[in-house]
Design a protein around this ligand. Structure first.
Ligand SMILES: Cc1cc2nc3c(=O)[nH]c(=O)nc-3n(C[C@H](O)[C@H](O)[C@H](O)COP(=O)(O)OP(=O)(O)OC[C@H]3O[C@@H](n4cnc5c(N)ncnc54)[C@H](O)[C@@H]3O)c2cc1C
Length: 457
């Protein structure tokens, strides 16, 4: 594709007239939009902040005609470089479209703009005694639109599924400026192809989402958590199997491998004994009565644990989840830079996959931080290194690549939730014919390839 990668005075005049105060060109304002949580950098020509769908439509008509690359952006927490302008272009910040338009207690449907913050939306739903389950660990910082476009998963996916399970419909502006509506406010709809599903997880490659129709469910009365310590990850995952076999479905099950425990030991301040080398963290939810019954039943099932700590009040639960939240920051004792993986494997393959990744890391002189969503087989497999040491960086990249290859042997996926962005090699996973078909679909939406070029698939 041939792109326009510099803005002329005429281009700027068009943008100024369309967005007025909502456009910026100066270097200090653009700097933050050059990157996202991946820390990879690109080049930004301008950032625009639309406040209505008509502006998005007029902008997309113009950008397509001018062949200017467009990089949609929510809150920029992508860990895979999904927002990085890999080709110099205009960043479209969707944070100017952040209104909750309606939360219907009769329909159990919310209608919102994509820039709404995820936690703010969840809190608003709770005021109506309703619940929006998708909960990426980053939800305090993310936009719901960003969650939809990446099909974000989270801690509660084991019971409630991922973002795709809550998107009933959407409005989207495609290159050329057409405003399309897919799905809508009904819980059921089988007329035509399910284009809403195309949009979910599309990583900004098909259009810019401007409105979302989201499914809600009744809010549970409460939750309780249980942190359990084991001699090894093998023992921990065997124990988790017993919980599921007993017919208990927790809303979250997190695991941490021996390296994580070693690091947490170094940072100190934890309540478990030194004999504990691996942790599981469970959460159950429901009515007050079922929560206390389920957490007791769950605790009884894991009779082989070395240590356990229950949290039934929100302060107690916060303490337990605080240990899980501290893993990412504590891991930097292994090196100031990080390559992260979020591979997914069938639930029964977690142990084998983690052991394989650990051995590949060790062969390259690295230690593997492995933790994540055990309930749905989503492994956060992180390698830390020092980017100023070329040998360390090379060995880390090699180990990471070998892990990506290995995950496929377990019937897994390179990415369970963070997306492909500009980091992952989809060619490893997708068959040639399947990949070609996806590119043809992309070409139908975006014939001139202006949307998020070089990202996704
Ligand atoms: C500490 C940390 C923890 C994380 N934990 C999780 C986790 O548990 N689960 C998980 O799934 N992810 C997690 N992430 C990754 C990230 O938060 C998610 O991918 C999130 O969904 C991105 O939301 P965002 O609003 O920041 O989107 P952005 O990062 O701004 O954008 C993500 C992608 O969506 C596109 N996009 C954004 N808005 C639109 C729109 N309106 N229309 C079209 N395209 C759009 C962008 O071009 C980009 O490709 C984590 C990240 C961090 C930093």
């Amino acid at each position: 594709m041939t792109y326009t990668t510099e803005l002329t005075a005429d281009h700027k005049q068009f943008l100024d007239e369309l967005f007025q105060d909502g456009v910026k060109y100066d270097k200090p304002s653009l700097r933050v939009y050059e990157s996202d949580a991946s820390n990879i950098r690109g080049e930004v020509l301008a950032v625009v902040r639309p406040t209505c769908v008509e502006q998005v439509s007029e902008f997309m008509r113009w950008a397509d005609a001018e062949r200017i690359p467009v990089h949609p952006r929510g809150r920029g927490t992508s860990l895979s470089g999904g927002c990085v302008p890999t080709v110099p272009g205009i960043v479209v910040s969707m944070l100017g479209m952040d209104r909750i338009l309606d939360i219907s207690e009769t329909d159990f449907v919310a209608t919102i703009e994509p820039g709404v913050n995820t936690v703010a939306f969840q809190q608003e739903c709770e005021k109506h005694n309703l619940f929006y389950p998708p909960d990426p660990a980053s939800s305090k910082a993310t936009s719901v639109g960003g969650n939809v476009v990446t099909c974000a998963g989270g801690l509660r996916a084991v019971k409630y599924g991922v973002t795709r399970d809550y998107v009933l419909g959407c409005d989207v502006v495609v290159p050329g400026g057409k405003i399309l509506s897919f799905g809508g406010r009904t819980q059921k709809d089988v007329v035509g192809l399910d284009m809403t599903r195309f949009m979910v997880g599309s990583e900004g490659s098909l259009g810019i989402l401007t409105k979302l129709y989201l499914k809600l469910i009744p809010k549970s009365e409460g939750t309780a958590s249980l942190l359990v310590g084991y001699e090894s990850l093998d023992a921990a995952l065997q124990s988790m199997g017993k919980v599921f076999a007993a017919g208990i479905l927790p809303c979250a099950v997190e695991f941490m491998n021996e390296t994580v425990l070693d690091i947490l030991k170094q940072t100190g301040g934890h309540p478990w004994p030194d004999s504990v080398n691996s942790l599981l963290l469970f959460q159950v939810d429901g009515s007050a009565e079922t929560v206390s019954m389920n957490i007791e039943q769950l605790s009884n099932q894991i009779d082989d644990a070395l240590w356990r700590m229950m949290g039934t009040t929100s302060d107690e639960e916060n303490e337990l989840w605080g240990y899980r939240r501290s893993v990412s920051s504590a891991s930097y004792v292994l090196g100031p830079d990080r390559i992260g993986g979020d591979m997914a494997v069938p639930r029964g393959q977690i142990l084998q996959a983690v052991r394989r990744f650990e051995s590949l890391a060790a062969q390259n002189g690295k230690r593997l931080i492995a933790f994540g969503h055990a309930g749905d087989g989503n492994i956060h497999a992180n390698l830390h290194y020092d980017a100023s040491d070329p040998d360390d960086a090379k060995r880390t990249r090699k180990a990471h690549h070998e892990m990506d290859e290995a995950v496929l042997e377990f019937g897994g996926s390179l990415s369970g939730e963070h997306g492909v962005g500009c980091l992952k090699n989809v060619g490893l996973q997708l068959g040639k014919d399947e990949h070609e078909l996806m590119l043809k679909v992309r070409g139908l939406f975006d014939p001139n390839g202006i949307l998020n070029p070089n990202k996704g698939y």
